[in-house]
Design a protein around this ligand. Structure first.
Ligand code: SAH
Length: 232
C-alpha cells in the first residue's frame, strides 16, 4: 500500500508545487505515494463561504472556525482512518528526522494547514491533531510547512532515493551533522581536497569523516550531542 497524504488547505493550488518535480514528483507519478488536497472552504455553510471569524476575547486577526475545519477533517479522514492527523503550527513539537522516519514508515498523513492567526483550539482537541512545527519562525500559512514535511517523508519511501545508503548516512540520522563533501576538480582557487579522501584507505577515510562529523556537531549543534548519546 502506498503512502497517502491528504492536505487540508485554503490554497490547494500550492500543491503538489515543488513536490511535483524531481524525486518526489517521479514517485508521485509512479504511485509510490499519493496526494489529495481538500479545500477547507468547501465545508463552509454560508453564502460567502466564510471559514474564519474574529477571535474570542478580542485582538488582531482572524481564527479558523472549529466546525468548518472539523467537517473537512472528517471528510478527508473517516473515523477508521489510521493515518496520524497533523496540524502545522509554530506551537508544535519541532519536526525531527526521527519523527519523519516514523511517519514515512506508516500509512500516510492527514495535514491541516492553518492560515490567519491559526485555528480554534477546540478542533485541535476534538480531532486530536498533533501540532508540528518546522522551526522557530512564523510562516504566513501551514502550506510551505506541509511541503517541507512531505518532502522529508517522501524521499524516505522505499525506492524513491536512487542510492539507499545515502539516506542513512546523512545529518541527524546518527545524532551527528554530516561530514563535509568534496569532488573534482582536485584544486579550486588554491584549495585542495584533503589528502585522506584521495588516499584510497577506506578505514582512514571513515575515521576522518567520523571525526569531522563530531567536530562540526560540537561546534555548531552541541545540543544534538546532549540529546542523543553518540554511538560507535
Ligand atoms: N498566530 C500564530 C501564528 C499563525 S501563522 C502564532 O503566533 O503562533 C499562520 C499559520 O501558519 C499557522 O496556523 C500554521 O499553520 C502555519 N505556520 C506558521 N509558522 C509555522 C511553523 N513555524 N511551523 C509550522 N507551521 C507554521
Amino acid at each position: 500500500m502506498s503512502f497517502r497524504a491528504s492536505v487540508l488547505t485554503l490554497y490547494p493550488e500550492m500543491f503538489p508545487g515543488a513536490l511535483g518535480l524531481s524525486l518526489a514528483g517521479r514517485a508521485l507519478a509512479e504511485g509510490t505515494w499519493s496526494l489529495e488536497t481538500v479545500q477547507i472552504r468547501d465545508f463552509a455553510t454560508d453564502r460567502h463561504r466564510t471559514v474564519d471569524d474574529t477571535p474570542a476575547g478580542g485582538g488582531a486577526g482572524m481564527v479558523m472556525r472549529a466546525d468548518i475545519v472539523a467537517k473537512a477533517i472528517d471528510h478527508a479522514a473517516p473515523a477508521d482512518d489510521a493515518r496520524p492527523k497533523l496540524l502545522m503550527s509554530p506551537r508544535g513539537r519541532p519536526l525531527t528526522q526521527a519523527r519523519v522516519r516514523a511517519l514515512a514508515a506508516g500509512p500516510g498523513v492527514v495535514i491541516v494547514c492553518g492560515r490567519f492567526e491559526g485555528i480554534d483550539q477546540r478542533v485541535i482537541e476534538a480531532r486530536q491533531l498533533e501540532e508540528v512545527s518546522i522551526g522557530d519562525y512564523i510562516l504566513s500559512g501551514g502550506e510551505p510547512a506541509a511541503l517541507v514535511l512531505l518532502d522529508a517523508a517522501v524521499r524516505l519511501l522505499p525506492g524513491v532515493m536512487g542510492n539507499e545508503a545515502s539516506g542513512t548516512e546523512e545529518s541527524f540520522e546518527n545524532g551527528l551533522l554530516e561530514h563535509p563533501h568534496y569532488t573534482r576538480p582536485q584544486e579550486f582557487e588554491g584549495r585542495t581536497i584533503p589528502d585522506v579522501l584521495t588516499s584510497g584507505n577506506h578505514a582512514r577515510i571513515a575515521a576522518w569523516r567520523r571525526a569531522e562529523a563530531e567536530r562540526l556537531t560540537a561546534e555548531r549543534r552541541p545540543d544534538l550531542l546532549q540529546s542523543q548519546p553518540v554511538t560507535k
